[in-house]
Design a protein around this ligand. Structure first.
Ligand SMILES: Nc1nc2c(ncn2[C@@H]2O[C@H](COP(=O)(O)OP(=O)(O)OP(=O)(O)O)[C@@H](O)[C@H]2O)c(=O)[nH]1
Length: 571
């Protein structure tokens, strides 16, 4: 039995160690990749030579050499892929909504050169060992190839553990090709085939007579058993990462950062508030994550104007369906920018409780030094909106540490007091501060961010909270590729507020006028227009959000805003 022990232990160790080394090198700064790649290529050449030289060596030593060389030849394939030298023509994520064969085609494109390189290397290995009887190296390469293809197809089709924490930042785009599913149809087939092959190899090892053959089959059987193990790691809740904890340590450690969530209903003044926060603190490295309601947001443009690094989340609400996506997005942006602070502006209808659930996930939570949730309230619209969407406001108030009663200028002191009293009833623990255009009224200050340990119990308890509270809206986007007349735009805003184009909850846009850029809004029923320092690449557009939207009517009304069309003469 001990005769089998050494080859098996050797195979296990070499596999574990070489996998770890590859991940370690891959986590080092990019400037080192060149050297790793040169080293790997020298090893590839050496392994080819070793495979050829050992092909006629039928001693135990020959088996060890052939196995090691087969593994090293494979290692080059991994390194060249993970370091981005030999990948494929596609280097970005799959577009949203892409599926079926098109999606599969894109997936192949991400690693086409890699797969071809494997075929070329495989042929080289076969040719180099063709004349000898020692085929241990060739079969090692083939077994690794099989493991690789099968695992790859399985993560594409969907498994429970994608182990995506192993993906370095420069390969984050591959995540869009991985699917999280409890199981897929191929999985049982992969495992069965691997098990049959492994059983056969074990039996060959046990019944082989010579010590060369015994060692050779031991290596192959061990690799095949590892292949099976690797498959089970994809579906069973086992912490695969702990096997290679040391190899992930080369990655730049993420310093803990502060998170500030700025929530609030559509048009409450979240973006305005954030613009002020950013304006005041340009010295701290801040990344802003915005999630506009519509596919083409405006918020990102407004915040970039303030010089922040802005990441826009795709269309929709930060809610249950986006959960895993959001956690990965945050992890990726933190790795990329190493910010001290992350500001998150969920869309005006997002499920903030679900967002808190995402931020509470252990992997993220560990990195978050302090968390503060602010809910911005439109004082002028609150009483009206609260009656219509009680559940939504309750949920917003419940998770908030601070309730910012914005647009103080639009209400009387008595009205503001009434709004504050209602809010106090919804969350007696939150601080309530009045503000105007996102700036706190004099005499008021934001409380310090709560540290994670002092997190209100409320945050933790609503993870599985459902989206039922969030109102349902549609959105429509109108392009505005004409220089507009501000007067006409104002007229359209007023007509929109009166309900001429359906029940519009919120409208925002940026437009070019003869004299420069402007932005305009309809929020809480109040229209407004302002100058806007847009980028020249900016696309003028309007976004309307609401119910029973008259898309065509809105489009026609905005098309009619062109500077040069004469206004209809009044009767
Ligand atoms: N009168 C008044 N208007 C304000 C105040 N704060 C913001 N606004 C205006 O309200 C409109 C909406 O502000 P935003 O900051 O874009 O609101 P938001 O919450 O980010 O909107 P969404 O992202 O669409 O949900 C803009 O026209 C702002 O200029 C305020 O204190 N008083």
């Amino acid at each position: 039995m001990t005769a089998h022990l050494w080859p098996v232990l050797f195979a296990l160790f070499v596999w574990w160690f070489s996998t770890g080394i590859i991940m370690f090198l891959d986590g080092l700064p990019r400037r080192t990749f060149k050297w790793s790649m040169i080293g790997a290529t020298a090893m590839l050449a050496a392994s080819f030579w070793g495979l050829h030289a050992s092909s006629t060596d039928l001693s135990v030593r020959g088996a060890y050499i052939a196995f090691t060389c087969g593994l090293l030849a494979w290692g080059w394939q991994e390194i060249s892929f993970y370091m981005g030298y030999v990948t494929g023509p596609r280097k970005d994520p799959c577009p949203e909504g892409c599926s079926g064969w098109r999606h599969f085609g894109h997936a192949i494109q991400t690693s086409l050169w890699h797969e071809l390189a494997i075929i070329v290397a495989g042929i080289a290995v076969v040719l180099l060992t063709r004349d000898g009887q020692n085929q241990v190296g060739t079969w090692t390469f083939m077994v690794l190839w099989w493991m690789h293809q099968s695992a790859k197809l399985n993560v594409f089709l969907g498994v429970r553990n994608l182990n995506e924490e192993f993906l370095p930042e420069h390969l984050q785009f591959l995540r869009s090709f991985l699917r999280k599913k409890p199981m897929n149809l191929l999985f049982p087939i992969s495992v069965t085939v691997s098990t049959v092959i492994a059983a056969h190899l074990v039996s060959l090892a046990i019944h082989s007579s010579g010590s060369f053959a015994r060692a050779g089959y031991d290596f192959l059987a061990a690799m095949m058993v590892l292949a099976i193990l690797e498959h089970w790691l994809l579906v069973l809740p086992l912490p695969a990462a702990s096997l290679w904890g040391w190899s992930l340590r080369s990655r730049g450690a993420v310093k803990p950062f502060e998170v500030e969530v700025v929530a609030g209903f559509l048009g409450a003044g979240k973006t305005t508030f954030l613009r002020n926060v950013l304006f005041g603190h340009s010295d701290r490295r801040t990344v802003v994550l915005v999630n506009d309601f519509a596919a083409v947001g405006v918020d990102g443009s407004l915040l970039r104007e303030r010089g922040a690094d802005v990441v826009e989340l795709p269309n929709g609400c930060i809610c249950c369906s986006l959960k895993s996506d959001l956690a990965t997005q945050i992890t990726a942006l933190v790795q990329k920018w190493q910010p001290e602070r992350v500001l998150i502006e969920p869309s005006g209808v997002a499920d903030v409780a679900a967002l808190m659930g995402v931020l509470g996930q252990p992997a993220l939570k560990r990195q978050i030094r302090a968390l503060r949730v602010l809910s911005v309230i439109d004082a002028g619209a609150f009483l009206r909106d609260f009656a219509r969407m009680r559940g939504f406001f309750e949920a917003q108030a419940r998770v908030a540490d601070v309730l910012v009663v914005n647009k103080a200028d639009l209400v009387s002191d008595a009205e503001r007091a009434m709004v504050e009293t209602s809010l106090r009833g919804l969350n007696p623990a939150a601080s309530i501060v009045p503000a105007r255009f996102g700036i706190l009224l004099s005499g008021h200050k934001l409380p310090r961010a709560t540290s994670r340990s002092g997190e209100p119990a409320e945050h933790a308890h609503h993870h599985h909270h459902h989206h039922a509270d969030a109102p349902e809206f549609q959105s429509c986007v109108v392009s505005l590729d004409i220089p507009c007349d501000p007067e006409r735009v104002r007229a359209v805003l007023l007509r929109t507020a009166e309900g001429a184009f359906g029940r519009v909850e919120r409208l925002k846009g940026i437009a070019r006028t003869r004299i420069g850029w402007m932005r305009f809004d309809l929020a809480g029923g109040v229209p407004s227009m302002e100058a806007f320092a847009a980028d020249e690449a900016e696309v003028p557009r309007v976004i309307a959000i609401g119910n029973d939207l008259d898309d065509a009517g809105l489009a026609a009304a905005f098309a009619d805003c062109a500077q040069d069309t004469p206004l209809l003469a009044p009767a």
